[in-house]
Design a protein around this ligand. Structure first.
Ligand code: COA
Ligand code: MG
Length: 331
């Protein structure tokens, strides 16, 4: 291991993350009752400029109206380049910091953006007599600048808990040619070399690629390097469950802990894809038991089913068992 030790961020379930427009308080109760691990009440891009002030009041009211303690609740503030952000932070935290777990910062571009918010939030916590660090940060990486500076951003504050891939704004920022949010693109394909089959017919094949592979991989690496949760962003076509599941499985395969849901129908899909299976949980428990036994017997090397278990598998087993316990607590 490196001499540099990274403390992992506070551990939370983050399989599904439901977006709820702050301008639609009627949706808050449904979000609160949902099985989403994290709910974020949005003040940013799902709220029109004319509704920003009212949305802020709705969000404060919503944080008080329901007992959010059995799930994680977050508020997405406006960007640092707007005239709304400072009041989002000051008003929401002064009125409801004790009800809130996280704030989500959109379009983070540099580590200094995170530093600025850290300073502001620290002052409010101090003024309100709240424990320092009560409010954690979720950072959306959704611009070319943010993706370029992602490593410095990930390490910019002890409040950082997770990095989120904001695919729609990222596509706009990089001028990627895309039509549906988080979907694939028929132009992003590989055409196999020209060959002919036994009947002389051309049998070139078209293989669809994942245009978000690089961005999401980079985000996973930066998040994990700094002990944060990597989370995949939205999938816009909420009628396409298969498309959503495929995107979620790809993200899970790369190491993401969860995915956004913009509609309640996407929550169970994410919870299912990102939960460890019963078989995985059982195996993880057996790995940890084998490790305990080896320690009791003073053996350094740990074996299970006749095969050596490496340190990385043991760490992963601990993560799986922790997640299973959190899932049980969430009900
Ligand atoms: N949170 C909580 N409840 C939601 C919800 C959400 N994000 N989206 C939909 N619902 C509710 C609806 O109110 C409806 O409730 P009802 O059965 O009591 O009437 C139910 O779930 C089914 O919704 P449906 O009618 O299928 O969808 P819709 O047409 O009402 O809404 C959207 C579709 C996309 C407008 C809506 O899902 C939405 O606003 N999503 C969030 C978008 C967002 O936050 N974007 C920013 C981040 S990318
Ligand atoms: Mg965005």
């Amino acid at each position: 291991m490196s001499f540099t030790i990274i403390e992992p961020a506070k551990s939370r379930l983050n399989r599904s993350q439901l977006a709820v427009p702050g301008s639609q308080p009627k949706l808050f109760e449904k979000a609160w009752q949902s099985t989403a691990d994290i709910v974020f009440l949005d003040l940013e891009d799902s709220v029109a400029p004319a509704d920003k002030v009212a949305a802020r009041a709705n969000v404060i009211q919503g944080l008080h109206a329901f007992d959010w303690s059995r799930k994680t609740v977050s508020v997405r503030i406006n960007g640092l380049d707007t005239a709304f952000m400072y009041r989002d932070v000051v008003e929401v935290l002064e009125a409801a910091a004790d009800k809130l777990d996280l704030i989500m910062i959109p379009k983070v571009g540099t580590a200094a953006d995170v530093y600025a918010l850290d300073m502001l939030v620290s002052q409010i916590e101090q003024a309100r007599g709240l424990p320092h660090g009560k409010i954690g940060f979720e950072l959306i990486i959704e611009t070319a600048l943010g993706m370029s500076n992602i490593h410095e951003i990930a390490g910019a504050s002890k409040r950082n808990e997770s990095l989120h891939f904001g695919v729609a704004d990222y596509a706009a920022s990089t001028r990627a040619r895309t039509t549906n949010v988080g979907g694939v693109n028929p132009d992003y394909v590989v055409l196999t070399d020209a060959t002919t089959d036994a009947h002389g017919r051309d049998n070139r094949e078209v293989h669809w690629g994942d245009p978000w592979h690089y961005a999401l991989s980079r985000l996973v690496v930066a998040a994990r390097a700094y002990g944060l949760r990597p989370v995949d962003g939205p999938f816009g076509d909420f009628g396409d469950a298969d498309g959503y599941q495929a995107a979620a499985r790809r993200a899970a395969a790369l190491g993401c802990e969860g995915k956004w849901a913009i509609h309640p129908g996407q929550i169970p899909l994410a919870n299912q894809v990102f939960a460890p299976s019963e078989a995985e949980i059982q195996r993880a428990r057996r790995i940890l038991e084998a490790m305990d036994q080896a320690a009791r017997e003073g053996r350094g090397a740990v074996a299970l089913d006749g095969r050596l278990i490496d340190i990385a598998s043991i760490k992963q087993a601990q993560t799986v068992v922790d997640k299973a316990r959190q899932m049980q607590q969430a009900g």
